[in-house]
Write a protein that binds this ligand. Structure first.
Ligand code: NAG
Ligand code: NAG
Ligand code: NAG
Ligand code: NAG
Ligand code: NAG
Ligand code: NAG
Ligand code: NAG
Ligand code: NAG
Ligand code: NAG
Ligand code: NAG
Ligand code: NAG
Length: 866
């Protein structure tokens, strides 16, 4: 990593002084000093885990930066409201090297960011754009991303889980009369700043060969890579390279400087730099695996030299291996940064290696599935060995499933192999290396143990599904439970999201109900907990829902680890219905009342019957006159049902309140194996002289801090034979029998310890998923008392309810009228109707009620002509 600051004054390379900086990683306000005067960053800019206090002054952050050659990452920075304060002049992101080989602009999980505000940005020449999970972020959809992309057919933009555009202001804000200010441009970076876009060149009257690039007035084709204009003359900013004042796409017969210029050999030398033939770059120093030499003419040259022990820990270390064919020494691969997606870069950097004269050691590299990235390696000579013994040493690679491609052999001229703690690497696959060992006849069981390799193989099972089911349900809530996760999956788990929607039919697919705004009809609960239970509440009674569950994992760890359940269905239990609606009635005869109603708006079950009750109402004349009861009445004052949408509003992704979602705690996975190693070393301390195989675990201890794990060791009694004695011995009987090499006591102990440790972790992880069961209780209605006349005390004691007998006439659920006869003329009657559902104790609705007067006999005679 170089942080040199250049002052460059050279025509025609640069027409004004530019301060050129290397990659910058900004984590605190103090770091912004490095950025302030830079006009070009050759490399990337990270702003990650920055916590800005609210009183920070704008000048403290503001920079002169106009250009980033690689990519820009804004990640989990709090207090940052807009990037305009930091990058008011940024015009170009070239995307020469991309984050994860994909992204040129990533704005991810920034809690307070309100707008991007990259007001001068003209071009993202290469790489994808990802703006995601910024819960307050507006003005994302108002940016013309297609305009910014240098090659829209190749670049994608992913924009999701930001603030809904519906809840965001519009470009230019509202005008004085609160109407949208249509005069304002449609594309903007925030309410005040429109997105500046150069007019596209004309395409009419151009030669056909110009295509979409268009041409100038004279008919010369434009260059697409010129950002600010059409052709060489008018161009002040090139998306790719500038060569003698013209934009070019590649440096041909010239040398690349700062990933943005092409200059000649002579120009490079004039700058006191070294023109490097490899990659045709103009460099200020020889690359790592080149040594500087002064040639006969006295000029500085760089010469490839791949000598020594190469320790590859992260992407940046790979440069030293570029172009090496023979490694004159040894190679150690220890990919400590599990967040870095490095595998394809490994392939690219190590593909040329054919021979390693020393040893190959691969440890702690959870990203590696295999060693196939050494695609041309055919010999490990073993001139140097680890512990004078091992030429291929592979320990603690969590995901490693294969070693070499099926049809390839890598000869190991001298020394043997050591494989331990590779839980997904099948023992059989390691044994197959036997034939490539040139100096050793057999592999010792101490060096390659079936107990610490391949014990977790789920060969080929890369698509992961969650098994979920409904454990309990009442009328408004449901408890969902997920099968236990494996301990290693728990470690990267943040929580789960539960998605559910009403689904009258069982025909829902995951992408149903999506509409334009990026929202969909799925409601979502986010549970930032490893607990495998969750209660979804505020559901509608007697309603079928579709649901599915998804894990929330540390997305930056392994990209594909999120697991989903299938879409499943449940139905909530019935409950008391809402009152019948639209109750009305009339009296056409002095002895009759006809009552009509509509079913309840929310039946909450199947209406099995209606109960109608009609009773004489002793209404005083005074009451009758003030309340104006009549002989015909539509009930509009009775308990009217409202269609209350009392469901939680849609949550678009994690909300700022979900503190845990943003939890930055370390990945516990890293602690897990050192625990085991720790146990092994305790053994070692007592019997060091005899247990030399494990000595190399010392190396492993250099890593993360240890969490002591005492219990199992202190209780260890003299070890019984190996846990799985039978299979171990049988799997190895060829090698052990003729070698007179028995399984040593230490090894059986180690295997046993490993087993104990694994069980301990497994148990602990299970407990973690099963805590606080009482928080997930679904309340159920009390059962019916045996005794229909139970006393209050008895009811309380037995926790039961007495079933009421509703008074009135019972009608079938399909009938929505009632003809009451045998009444008295000219009397007020109080009429109540209740709807009742099946399967619910006291499941009748509150009564809908009205008061109606029968007509007098005279009116009856008049009306009915009798
Ligand atoms: C940036 O430029 C200013 C003004 O030219 C100067 O005072 C300051 O020291 C510079 N900062 C750095 C870090 O170079
Ligand atoms: C865009 O990318 C595609 C695919 O890589 C390529 O075929 C095309 O030529 C590119 N267009 C431009 C203008 O660079
Ligand atoms: C629109 O904006 C232009 C330039 O700002 C201004 O001249 C014009 O009067 C505006 N039109 C309306 C209808 O506001
Ligand atoms: C030294 O310079 C001469 C003339 O400039 C050139 O012909 C020769 O190739 C150079 N030698 C080396 C080793 O670069
Ligand atoms: C599900 O079935 C219902 C009724 O048959 C239909 O109206 C609806 O469109 C279907 N939905 C899908 C996604 O097929
Ligand atoms: C109505 O009045 C009659 C006579 O005064 C009485 O017998 C009856 O109980 C009253 N009914 C109600 C419901 O109050
Ligand atoms: C150790 O074991 C004892 C008894 O088996 C138990 O009570 C204690 O909680 C254990 N400690 C740890 C750290 O597991
Ligand atoms: C070992 O072998 C015996 C006899 O074949 C068998 O009963 C026992 O289950 C085996 N133990 C294990 C751990 O496989
Ligand atoms: C086998 O073990 C015995 C006793 O430990 C030892 O005397 C003998 O030399 C060993 N044989 C070989 C071939 O290592
Ligand atoms: C259903 O269970 C939930 C969770 O215990 C509770 O909050 C809710 O009140 C219950 N609903 C009914 C109708 O009892
Ligand atoms: C109500 O019942 C009476 C007696 O059964 C009958 O005469 C009358 O027609 C009925 N009214 C209606 C509207 O059905």
């Amino acid at each position: 990593m170089w942080h040199m600051v250049w002052l460059l004054l050279l025509w025609p390379v640069a027409t004004r002084s530019e301060i050129i900086c290397g990659s910058l990683e900004l984590r605190s306000i103090a770091d912004f000093d490095q950025l302030r005067n830079c006009s070009v960053v050759v490399g990337h800019v990270h702003i990650a885990n920055l916590q800005l206090p609210s009183n920070v002054s704008l000048t403290e952050l503001s920079s002169e930066l106009t250009e980033i050659t690689d990519y820009l990452l804004i990640y989990r920075s709090t207090g940052l409201l807009t990037l305009e304060t930091i990058f008011p002049k940024l015009r170009l992101i070239r995307g020469r090297q991309l984050l994860m080989n994909l992204y040129a602009l990533i704005v991810y999980e920034n809690r307070n960011l309100r707008e991007l505000g990259l007001v001068q940005l003209q071009r993202i020449q290469d790489g994808h754009i990802r703006v995601e999970s910024n819960p307050m972020l507006c003005f994302v959809h108002t940016v013309d991303w297609v305009y910014l992309a240098g090659n829209a057919t190749k670049q994608h933009f992913y924009i999701k889980l930001n603030k809904s555009p519906n809840h965001c202001p519009v470009c230019g804000g509202l005008s004085a009369d609160y109407s949208i200010n249509y005069n304002y441009t449609r594309h903007c970076w925030n309410m005040h700043v429109a997105q500046v876009r150069f007019a596209p060149p004309q395409t009419e009257k151009c030669a056909k060969s110009c295509g979409r690039n268009g041409c100038d007035d004279k008919g010369n084709c434009c260059q697409h890579s010129c950002i600010t204009g059409c052709s060489a003359q008018s161009c002040t900013l090139c998306g790719n390279y500038l060569r003698n004042g013209r934009c070019v796409d590649q440096c041909i017969a010239s040398y690349e400087l700062h990933k943005r210029h092409c200059i000649s050999y002579k120009e490079c030398r004039q700058l006191n730099l070294i023109p490097l033939t490899r990659g045709y770059r103009c460099m200020d120093h020889c690359p790592n695996n080149h040594k500087p030499v002064i040639d006969a003419n006295g000029t500085l040259q760089c010469q490839l030299e791949c000598k020594g022990t190469f320790h590859i820990k992260r992407m940046a270390d790979l440069e030293q291996l570029q172009d090496c064919v023979t490694i004159n020494g040894s190679l150690v691969i220890e990919l400590v940064d599990i967040k870095e997606k490095i595998v394809s870069a490994l392939e690219q950097a190590m593909g040329s290696i054919k021979e390693i004269t020393g040893y190959l050691k691969v440890i702690h590299s959870a990203q590696l599935m295999s060693l196939t990235f050494l695609s041309n390696l055919d010999t490990i000579r073993g001139d140097q060995l680890i512990e004078n013994k091992y030429a291929l040493y592979v320990v603690n690679n969590y995901h490693m499933e294969h070693i070499w491609p099926a049809n390839r052999q890598v000869a190991i001229q001298r020394g043997t192999i050591f494989f331990h703690l590779n839980p997904r690497l099948c023992f059989e696959k390691i044994q197959k290396l036997q034939s490539s060992l040139k100096s050793v006849r057999t592999i010792s069981i101490a060096d390659v143990s079936p107990n610490s390799n391949g014990e977790r193989v789920i060969c080929g099972d890369s698509v992961r599904t969650l098994n979920v089911k409904v454990e309990d349900v009442n009328s408004t809530a449901v408890r969902i439970v997920i099968d236990f996760m494996k301990s290693e999956d728990v470690e990267i788990l943040i929580g789960y999201s539960y998605h559910y929607m009403e689904a009258p039919q069982r025909n829902v697919t995951k992408y149903d109900g999506r509409h334009g705004c990026g929202h969909d009809d799925w409601l979502m609960d986010v549970s930032p907990s490893k607990n495998r239970r969750h209660v979804i509440s505020k559901l509608k009674p007697y309603t079928q829902y579709a649901y599915f569950v998804k894990t929330l994992t540390r997305t930056d760890y392994h990209m594909q680890v999120d697991a989903y359940s299938k879409i499943l269905y449940f139905r909530t239990l019935p409950s008391k219905p809402s009152p019948v609606s639209q109750l009305h009635g009339s009296s056409d005869h002095s002895t009759q009342i006809m009552v009509y109603w509509w079913p309840p708006l929310r039946p909450n079950g199947i209406i099995s019957k209606y109960i109608v009750n009609i009773e004489l109402h002793n209404l005083t004349e005074a009451e009758a006159s003030t309340k104006n009861y009549s002989t015909f009445k539509t009930c509009d004052t009775c308990e009217l049902d409202c269609v209350c949408n009392d469901l939680e509003p849609y949550n678009s992704g994690p909300q700022p309140e979900d503190e845990h979602y943003y939890n930055k705690e370390q990945i516990t996975y890293e602690d897990a194996l050192p625990n085991l190693i720790y146990v092994s070393r305790r053994k070692l301390q007592t019997k060091k002289e005899r247990f030399d195989k494990v000595k190399s675990f010392e190396d492993l201890l250099a890593g993360p801090s240890l969490v002591a794990y005492d219990n199992s060791t202190s209780t260890t009694t003299p070890a019984p034979p190996l846990v799985d004695n039978n299979s171990t011995l049988s799997a190895n009987n060829q090698s052990t029998a003729n070698q007179n090499e028995t399984v040593s006591q230490e090894e059986t102990d180690a295997a046993k310890q490993y087993e104990i440790f694994r069980k301990y972790i497994e148990d602990r992880m299970r407990q973690l998923q099963d805590t606080n069961k009482s928080d997930f209780i679904i309340q159920h209605a009390m059962p019916k008392c045996q005794d229909a006349h139970a006393s209050v005390g008895y009811r309380l004691e037995q926790k039961c309810v007495v079933e009421e007998e509703p008074i009135g006439t019972s009608l079938p659920g399909s009938q929505h009228y009632f003809n009451a006869t045998g009444l008295q003329a000219s009397k007020y009657y109080r009429i109540t109707v209740r709807a009742c559902v099946d399967g619910v104790i006291n499941g009748c609705s509150n009564p809908a009620e009205m008061i109606l007067k029968t007509i007098s006999e005279q009116v009856d005679q008049f009306m009915n002509g009798q």
